[in-house]
Design a protein around this ligand. Structure first.
Ligand code: GTP
Ligand code: MG
Length: 174
């Protein structure tokens, strides 16, 4: 749950979910350290990082980020990380239709078992690989709207829309 430490300083538990290899860890690394690692290793279990974002109105939001492992063998651990989360980022790779199907699985899972007031984002990552795109922006946008999520395409490689993703989440927190 989101808890206000005072009126201007919020804290939120955020979970990233999605298929292995879609770029969850790279999104977090880009947001927290401003870096990109082309040799990023698969995540084992989950990893935790935190980052504080200052908004224009001088509110600060501390994100406590759980970056989950996308490999199938870790799927049963996911509830440990999304339980009590105030925000969820469901990631797919715009060059992989299979990863978009997997994202829809995670959205259903969150709708069934997540908190009612969870802020949910659908993220199409690897937008820099547009020449290999197999998931259309319009299909993803429509899916997101039907499921009361906001949608953005990002690139952890070029940093495109990474800060905007977290800013949009911050603005939507209850
Ligand atoms: P798991 O930990 O197994 O769940 O995977 P993950 O979703 O954390 O993937 P990770 O962030 O480790 O990235 C997987 C691969 O995709 C790495 O080789 C990255 O360098 C690459 N990658 C991640 N984001 C991008 C991106 O925006 N563009 C491109 N071109 N490659 C990316
Ligand atoms: Mg990872």
């Amino acid at each position: 749950e989101n808890s206000a430490t005072d009126s201007k300083n919020l804290k939120v538990k955020l979970v990233l979910l999605g298929d292995s290899g879609v770029g969850k860890s790279c999104i977090v690394l880009r947001f927290v350290r401003g870096q990109f690692d082309p040799t990023s290793k698969v995540t084992v279990g989950a990893s935790f990082l935190s980052q504080t974002l200052a908004l224009e109105d001088s509110t600060t939001v501390k994100f406590e980020i759980w970056d989950t492992a996308g490999q199938e063998r870790y799927a049963a651990l996911a509830p440990l990380y999304y339980r009590g989360a105030g925000a969820a980022v469901v990631v797919y790779d715009i060059t992989s239709a299979e990863s978009f199907s997997k994202a829809q699985y995670w959205v259903k899972e969150l709708q069934k078992h997540g908190s009612q007031d969870m802020v949910m984002a659908l993220v199409g990552n690897k937008a820099d690989l547009h020449e290999k795109r197999t998931v259309s922006s319009q299909d993803a946008q429509e899916y997101a709207e039907r499921n009361s999520m906001f949608f953005v395409e990002t690139s952890a490689k070029t940093a495109d829309n990474i800060n905007q993703l977290f800013e949009e989440i911050a603005k939507r927190l209850p």
